[in-house]
Design a protein around this ligand. Structure first.
Ligand code: SUD
Ligand code: ADP
Length: 320
């Protein structure tokens, strides 16, 4: 066969696309007032970390979806494998937007803790947009994918973006942050999950009880200055989450773990988003090993993981 004949075969039709997508933590999460649409105005510093889900999109007729653990200790029991799954909704939305049939078999390989405040469902939705766009050849620009992502959930646009970025509005408006250093994390995964809307409600209830008005949300300048520096101690001291007191109130063992990790040598500790996952910033391999060992020994964690950030958002890692 000549080279010319090979070119005449027509466009390449992929059979399967694999997209890898990271979990997020919120280096700061400032929650403002409840809006009339049921969301809270917020300002957050998102940070993508090296805990990943993978989504494989294969040619099919109609939509099918399955969920598998990526590692032996990954938990997938609470993840719906039907139209309630945010990945299913992402495929449907993209197909409607582009006027194509939603023909895809999705396999979600999960490692991001479920209902852990690390935006696993949002990550899978972002990965599905990228995977189906490649599989179907719909060729949307990143800003067009971003618009669809924002319709699926407040955290979905950041999962496309990755890195370290400020989220405003209900979290869907993203602008990148210049961070000059990589960060190392120890992550404590609990057996329990927490519901995001319930923790926002608990935050409002705490404010009502104490007569506190919801402030206009913002990012503390100390955190931005610390991120521009290479001062891990300053970053650790500036970590901040308005939802943390509510998460600790609902699940007091979170507070005990936060204290344990700091006593073991972490430079800073934080509940990730609405929890219950807790994350610990460490400045050396020795500190990481100490924190990890103490968290494991507490017997309160389903898994203890190490991760680094920032890492890129959803991207194609394999095409067949
Ligand atoms: C708290 C955060 C912090 O990044 O993350 P998680 O802990 O869920 O990972 C996010 O704000 C969660 O974003 P996401 O999980 O995408 O929420 P959505 O599906 O958009 O909204 C679910 C529900 O959470 C509440 N919600 C969410 C975002 C927001 N700015 N204000 C809210 O009050 C609303 O009750 C909403 O109905
Ligand atoms: N692809 C998905 N992965 C995980 N959970 C999903 C997914 N699609 C829908 N869900 C539902 O979303 C809820 C929140 O899960 P998740 O996104 O992991 O947590 P969080 O909102 O705390 O970051 C789960 O309890 C589950 O019922």
């Amino acid at each position: 066969m000549t080279a010319v004949e090979e070119w005449d075969e027509g466009p390449f039709q992929p059979e399967a696309i694999t997209v890898r997508v990271p979990a997020k933590i919120n280096l700061s999460l400032s929650v403002g007032p409840l809006r009339p649409d049921g969301y809270h105005e917020l300002v957050t510093v998102f940070h993508a970390v090296s805990l990943y889900d993978e989504v494989v999109a294969r040619s099919a007729r109609g939509i099918a979806l399955s969920v598998e653990p990526l590692r032996r200790d990954s938990d997938v029991d609470a993840v719906p494998a039907d139209e309630r799954n945010l990945a299913w909704q992402a495929a449907t939305l993209l197909a409607e937007r582009c006027g194509v049939e939603p023909n895809v078999r999705l396999t979600i390989r999960k490692d991001i803790p479920v209902a852990g405040g690390m935006a696993g469902g949002s990550a899978d939705a972002a990965a599905t947009l990228v995977a189906c766009d490649a599989l179907w050849g719909t060729g949307l620009r990143r800003d067009e994918l971003h618009d669809l992502a924002a319709q699926l959930g407040s955290d979905v646009p950041f999962a496309l973006h990755g890195g370290t970025a400020i989220g405003t509005g209900r979290g869907e408006h993203i602008s990148p942050v210049l961070a000059s250093t990589g960060l190392e994390w120890v992550i404590a995964v609990l057996d329990a999950g927490l519901s995001t809307p319930k923790i926002f409600e608990a935050c409002d209830a705490r404010r009502r009880r104490s007569g506190e008005q919801a402030p206009a949300p913002g990012v503390h300048p100390d955190l931005m200055a610390a991120l521009r520096s290479r001062d891990i101690g300053a970053i650790g001291a500036a970590l901040y989450n308005d939802l943390q007191p509510a998460a600790v109130e609902v699940l007091p063992q979170i507070g005990e773990l936060l204290a344990l990790g700091v006593a073991a040598g972490a430079c800073g500790s934080l509940v990730s988003g609405s929890g219950p996952t807790t994350v610990f910033l460490v400045d050396s391999p020795l500190a990481a090993a100490n924190v990890e060992a103490e968290l494991r020994a507490s017997g309160r964690c389903r898994a203890v993981r190490r991760a680094r950030g920032p890492v890129p958002g959803a991207n194609v890692v394999n095409v067949r």
